[in-house]
Write a protein that binds this ligand. Structure first.
Ligand SMILES: CCCCCCCCCC(=O)SCCNC(=O)CCNC(=O)[C@H](O)C(C)(C)COP(=O)(O)OP(=O)(O)OC[C@H]1O[C@@H](n2cnc3c(N)ncnc32)[C@H](O)[C@@H]1OP(=O)(O)O
Length: 228
């Protein structure tokens, strides 16, 4: 009996539901006609191919010319010192034993910070690599900490990430982040992540943070927290 899952050929017992079945497909098996009917690589007839230049997907986000340089608060942690958690309930600030990221963020010079994290296997997305959403959280958190050097209370309004190369689980990540410019309530930040001390970044991020008055911003929300 020919499986309904295949357009032609005989049933291939190794096939599972896509996408992971694709990892095992080979030109030989394709020649033998073992091709699932719902081949995600097959392009429907008449479909217009996307004309995206994937390099151009890197944002052209720039800090506005009117932005001013960030001013470090005189009582900010000294370079090399750990920056305390901004909220003990924060997923980014908690240790991995408490369901958090397990980040250690230290002050650098000026408005720069460095975050260190070992990628917990619980953060896996694709096989053997960190989940992109988790890496985005790491970027968000470390860039947010750079605002703490200015003693400003902020929330993220915009976050963008470029994933340049896979980040393996259990690897040691170093994230370098800084506030690039300040314009009114807007803080423009950027960051890069390095895997196991590599010279080239495995990813980069940019964010816009907006200053808030925490007491006002979270007044009607804090009641949702389970960590009061
Ligand atoms: C204490 C340090 C801790 C740091 C660690 C934190 C790390 C983690 C941080 C987070 O993940 S926070 C959680 C995710 N973020 C949020 O939940 C924020 C949800 N959004 C909001 O609450 C409001 O949209 C926000 C407070 C950001 C802004 O609302 P407001 O009414 O106060 O301000 P407004 O909308 O007037 O925007 C202020 C300026 O920012 C601009 N703006 C806001 N959102 C923007 C956006 N997405 N893109 C570009 N510009 C934006 C806006 O155009 C305007 O520009 P101008 O001053 O030039 O007019």
């Amino acid at each position: 009996m020919v499986s309904r899952r295949f357009a032609v050929g005989r049933r291939c017992s190794m096939d599972t539901f896509p996408p992971f079945s694709r990892l095992r497909w080979s030109p030989v098996r394709r020649r033998r006609g073992c091709v699932p009917a719902h081949d995600p690589l097959r392009r429907p007839a008449g479909r217009v191919e996307p004309q995206l230049d994937y390099l151009a997907m890197t944002s052209n986000w720039t800090v506005p010319g009117e932005a001013v340089s960030p001013v470090r608060h005189p009582e900010a942690p000294a370079p090399g010192e750990s920056i305390p958690a901004h909220w003990h309930g924060c997923f980014g600030c908690r240790g991995t034993g408490d369901g958090g990221l397990g980040l250690d963020v230290r002050a650098g010079e000026g408005a720069e910070v460095t975050g260190e994290i070992v990628v917990d296997p619980a953060f896996e997305g694709g096989p053997g690599v960190i989940h992109g959403g988790v890496l985005s959280s790491v970027f968000d958190e470390v860039m947010g900490f750079s605002a703490k050097l200015l003693a400003l209370e902020v929330v993220t309004a915009h976050l963008e990430v470029d994933f340049r190369s896979p980040v393996p689980v259990r690897s040691a990540l170093t994230v370098r982040a800084r506030v690039d410019g300040v314009l009114g309530r807007k803080l423009y930040a950027s960051a890069e992540v390095y895997v196991n001390g590599a010279a080239a970044p495995a990813g980069s991020a940019r964010a816009l943070f907006i200053t808030i008055d925490q007491a006002v911003h979270f007044r009607d929300l804090v009641g949702n927290s389970t960590r009061i």
